[in-house]
Ligand binder design. Structure first.
Ligand SMILES: [Zn+2]
Length: 136
């Protein structure tokens, strides 16, 4: 489901850039200082969807957090989704795992593994840190 969604969005928007996908989906993204531990969260109040991303994040973490919350918008509307926290990134919660898997596949985009390339080296080439490889 979440893998299919990532493919569908990349095709529809001609990009795997979550900032562009959010903008073209009329989704507001707010960068706020959420402190040390919270990476992001999603709200939908009076039918206005907003993705909140911690402005302290950089590089992979910033893209991952935005992509993760994007998954909640498309897959988990109406469900009260938890804050994405540094210390619960590897949560076993179903919707959290779905959002993490979506984020990973969105970042991989159209990149394909080479013949005989290991999963680890492929994901590394896609810019995914090792501890996140379990979401593939
Ligand atoms: Zn989440």
């Amino acid at each position: 489901m979440e893998i299919l969604l990532s493919k569908r969005l990349i095709k529809a928007h001609g990009t795997n850039n979550p900032t562009r996908i959010a903008a073209e989906s009329n989704l507001m993204v707010l960068y706020e200082d959420l402190g040390e531990n919270i990476w992001g969260y999603y709200t939908c109040i009076r039918r206005i969807p907003v993705i909140h991303v911690n402005s302290r994040l950089e590089g992979f973490a910033a893209i991952f957090a935005l992509s993760h919350e994007l998954a909640h918008h498309f897959l988990h509307q109406g469900i009260n989704t938890p804050f994405l926290r540094r210390n619960t990134l590897f949560s076993v919660d179903r919707i959290e795992r779905e959002a993490n898997r979506f984020a990973l596949h969105l970042m991989i985009g159209d990149t394909k593994p080479e013949i005989e390339e290991t999963k680890g080296s492929f994901l590394k080439r896609c810019g995914i840190p090792e501890e996140f490889h379990i979401f593939y």
